[in-house]
Design a protein around this ligand. Structure first.
Ligand SMILES: Nc1ncnc2c1ncn2[C@@H]1O[C@H](COP(=O)(O)OP(=O)(O)O)[C@@H](O)[C@H]1O
Ligand SMILES: [Mg+2]
Length: 369
């Protein structure tokens, strides 16, 4: 088919293409009852005017954490006006002002002015309002590790959890959602005395669970008969071995797109194969796009490195070129590893503690950084 035919071809295999969107909330949400019950137990006291408790929600990416908290918050709000639930995506809101602006918006229905109002005034208005209406505040800080990158975490936790000292009777709790265990104990002492969370763990999905979830998703997204059990199994296998549920959902969608582009009424093997090939490059280029300048320049150095890339030598070069500190080098390197663009391998003791070797997880020529 020509390009125009592809664009204008109006027979779709998709019954509901939104079923493959990242923010789609599925009707069937199985395998997470235990975790959602634990979340409900933490919030329950607040339903009766008591103190909600804090929680750390832990689990690898795409284990259902975001969906679970959204569903629980929805149920809470359906049943009471006494608890204000605020969901905050910390990838989007990384500053103390940004986060409290979201809380303000939930309470007052609009964002505070961006300039001219000091943080303390916004904070005061939020807490006064909670006090006056005798409401509890539960906030979910999703992907809270991003607050550690921007160093806002301790301040936000402190402001939230010690509010009762200045505003007696105010009841607040935090659900800190994390995809990486490493950040679990990264708080200041001041925060550790008030943030004593219960842990809610989201384990990895097993193969049968993945298959079941993807089957349901395919049913919601495609017309009947579009995807065979055989292809579905291949998608589930690939997902189980190489990625997470998000990979699987993307893969389903892109199988459908490839089938549609070749005017097929069903997804065939060749469409699955093409979809797998395209996935790998999309993942990397999406991640690359989100890096900041410091991360990009460090990655460029690693990509252009001749021979074995040792962290010590890399640090020297990076610090010289960018005149940043060793600590900031380390943070930037950790971030690149966290988003899985690089691997680091410990190779024994070095001058500044353990020495590491850095391995690029993709071929530099294929991508423009
Ligand atoms: N038990 C489940 N049933 C159906 N879909 C699920 C389930 N768990 C996760 N998903 C889907 O997988 C994707 C990732 O889930 P999400 O809640 O964003 O995970 P996390 O926040 O842990 O990264 C979303 O598209 C979500 O709809
Ligand atoms: Mg999430």
């Amino acid at each position: 088919m020509g390009i125009e035919d592809i664009l204008m071809y109006d027979e779709s295999l998709f019954q509901n293409i939104n079923a493959f969107d990242p923010d789609y909330v599925p009707q069937d949400y199985n395998f997470r009852d235990t975790q959602m019950e634990a979340m409900a137990m933490s919030i329950r006291p607040a339903m009766k005017g008591g103190q909600p408790s804090n929680a750390v929600v832990l689990g690898s990416p795409a284990t259902g954490k975001t969906t679970a908290i959204r569903k629980v918050f929805e149920l809470v709000e359906k049943n009471t006006e006494k608890v204000v639930c605020v969901y905050i995506n910390c990838q989007l809101h990384t500053t103390r002002f940004g986060i409290f602006s979201q809380i303000y918006k939930k309470i007052f229905g609009h964002l505070p002015p961006e300039t001219g109002v000091p943080f303390s005034r916004i904070y005061d208005q939020i807490m006064q309002n909670l006090q006056k209406d005798n409401k509890s505040l539960v906030i979910a800080l999703d992907d809270v590790n991003y607050l550690f990158h921007s160093k806002s975490a301790n301040k936000v936790f402190y402001d939230m959890l010690r509010a009762y000292e200045e505003y007696p009777g105010v009841r607040t709790a935090i659900f800190a959602i994390l995809s990486d265990l490493e950040f679990k104990y990264a708080f200041d002492k001041n925060v550790n005395t008030v943030f004593i969370p219960q842990e809610i763990v989201f384990p990895l999905y097993t193969y049968p669970e993945i298959e079941d979830i993807l089957k349901n998703r395919a049913k919601a997204g495609f017309f009947p008969g579009v995807i065979s059990d055989d292809i579905l199994e291949q998608v589930a296998m690939y997902t189980h071995e190489n990625g997470d549920l998000r990979t699987g959902i993307n893969l389903l969608k892109s199988c459908g797109n490839f089938a549609e582009a070749s005017a097929s009424r069903e997804i065939k093997q060749e469409h699955f194969d093409k979809a797998v090939d395209s996935l790998v490059s999309v993942d990397f280029s999406e991640t690359l796009k989100k890096l900041n300048d410091a991360e990009k320049s460090l990655l460029k150095m690693i990509a252009g490195w001749e021979g074995v890339c040792k962290a010590g030598e890399l640090a020297e070069m990076y610090i010289e070129k960018t005149s940043s500190s060793y600590a900031s080098f380390n943070r930037t390197l950790d971030k690149l590893e966290f988003v899985r663009l690089i691997d680091t391998k410990f190779t024994g003791k070095g001058v500044r503690g353990n020495s590491r070797e850095i391995i690029l997880r993709f071929t530099p020529d294929d991508y423009v950084i």
